[in-house]
Design a protein around this ligand. Structure first.
Ligand code: NIG
Ligand code: FE
Length: 413
């Protein structure tokens, strides 16, 4: 065992130790919390976790960090962001606040297509800088792993630029990064629906699958005004032929059957789920697909929240994400999202932490290390030291600007 640093004593340590992988239903309540604990780290991973007294004796000669009055959690895993985009949608946000609908603005050429145009006009360098800037904001809020969707290019040239920018950003990003290709975010105006699906099948998906940004997933926006269930299935099947695992935006505005499609295809996750009812919740509960809920989006759009309470009560594995994007969620802070989950969706603080760590990691499947989202021996030493005494305090102060000390792979960043 090569221990380089001992963190001891720790006031409250949530290790999330438990069975490997996603926690379902009532398992989400157990965060395996230790008080007066210690954690030994080295070689980028957690080496040992235990009682402070015992580990202080055992590792008395290694450098020590005192966290007696602090809370330590795993670094947050944000499994859903659209981090690469050009331009701004500030004007649309204000119009929406004054009563215009998301769909009306989109139908007039705004919405995703407005960002598509700005993204296509941006240089790779500008897109790269945008990713790095946003990822830095997230890091300061405790997010140590993030997923990035390439979702606004919607053409051969546009997709190439987005993926090049992600690849470039990955060279300097401090966080662990997982890439998702989402060519099926909207239909671009220059083709018919059928032509665009054929372009996705024949060119964009094969191109993305072998790009050096290394996407692991293929996502589709299955909703009214976007891709229907039949189209979504064609696109997800095309991804599977290139080893891109399915993800799906489903039940955000309308229940079309996207959640049933996702669970049938063994999707890593079904995301949004604002409108999901009993049938969709049951499909998720009976599957290994993670239910990723994004309460920041409901908050930002002023829509009813997903019924995550019922999802957990029915046995689903629920995860939380920010959905950070220029249209429906200018929110990068997982702790704010956890606060919304507790205040608005009636999760317990423990369920919210499970959803923001282990279960979020499970939504990224094999694209992340097995024990990610936990602080158990062998897990990546990705964690936050919070200037708060307990998980309750952390959630209670959810909109205060706390800045944790953040460690990625054992290094303070
Ligand atoms: O996750 N739902 C589809 N996509 C985004 C919105 C993207 C946009 O409006 O630019 C979402 O909410
Ligand atoms: Fe999204």
């Amino acid at each position: 065992m090569n221990v380089e640093t001992l963190i001891a004593p720790i006031g409250e340590l949530h290790t999330l130790a438990g069975k490997p992988g996603a926690r379902k239903g009532e398992e989400m309540q157990n965060t395996s919390v230790l008080r007066n604990a210690a954690m030994a780290i080295g070689e980028g991973i957690v080496q040992e976790v235990g009682d402070a007294k015992e580990l202080l004796r055992k590792w008395s000669s290694v450098p020590r960090i005192d966290a007696a009055d602090h809370l330590i959690t795993p670094g947050f895993v944000d499994p859903h962001t659209h981090l690469v985009w050009g331009g701004s949608r500030a004007g649309e946000f204000i119009r929406r606040c004054r009563g215009e609908s998301y769909q009306k603005i989109a139908a007039e050429g705004g919405g995703i297509l407005k960002t598509m145009r700005a993204t296509r006009e941006a240089s790779v360098e500008e897109l790269t800088q945008g990713i790095l800037r946003r990822a830095e904001l997230m890091l300061r809020k405790g997010t140590t792993t993030l997923e990035i969707k390439a979702s606004y290019g919607l053409s051969e040239e546009g997709v190439r630029k987005e993926l090049d920018a992600i690849r470039e950003a990955k060279r300097t990003l401090k966080q662990r990064t997982v890439v998702t290709f989402m060519g099926a975010h909207a239909f671009p105006p220059e083709t018919t629906r059928e032509e665009y699906i054929e372009l996705l099948e024949a060119k964009l998906i094969p191109f993305a699958a072998k790009h050096r940004a290394e996407p692991a997933f293929n996502d589709v926006f299955c909703d009214e005004g976007a891709f229907d269930v039949r189209e979504s299935e064609r696109i997800l099947q095309a991804g599977l032929r290139y080893n891109l695992r399915p993800k799906i935006h489903s039940d955000e505005f309308k229940v079309l059957g996207g959640t049933e499609l996702g669970t049938r295809l063994g999707a890593a996750s079904c995301d949004h789920l604002l409108q999901s009812g009993d049938a969709q919740i049951e499909a998720l509960a009976n599957s290994d697909t993670i239910a990723v809920v994004l309460p920041g989006t409901a908050f930002y759009l002023d829509k009813p929240y997903a019924n995550a309470r019922k999802m957990i009560d029915k046995g689903c594995a629920v995860a939380l994400g920010t959905d950070f994007n220029p249209g429906t969620s200018m929110i990068c802070d997982m702790r704010f999202v956890m606060g919304l989950a507790v205040a608005k969706m009636k999760l317990t603080p423990e369920e919210a932490l499970t959803a923001a760590t282990v279960n979020a990691a499970a939504a990224l499947e094999a694209a992340v290390p097995k024990l990610l989202g936990t602080l158990t021996p062998g897990a990546p030493a990705d964690f936050c030291i919070w200037n708060a005494g307990s998980l309750e305090e952390l959630i209670y102060q959810f909109a205060l600007p706390l800045s944790p000390e953040v460690y990625c792979a054992g290094k303070k960043v």
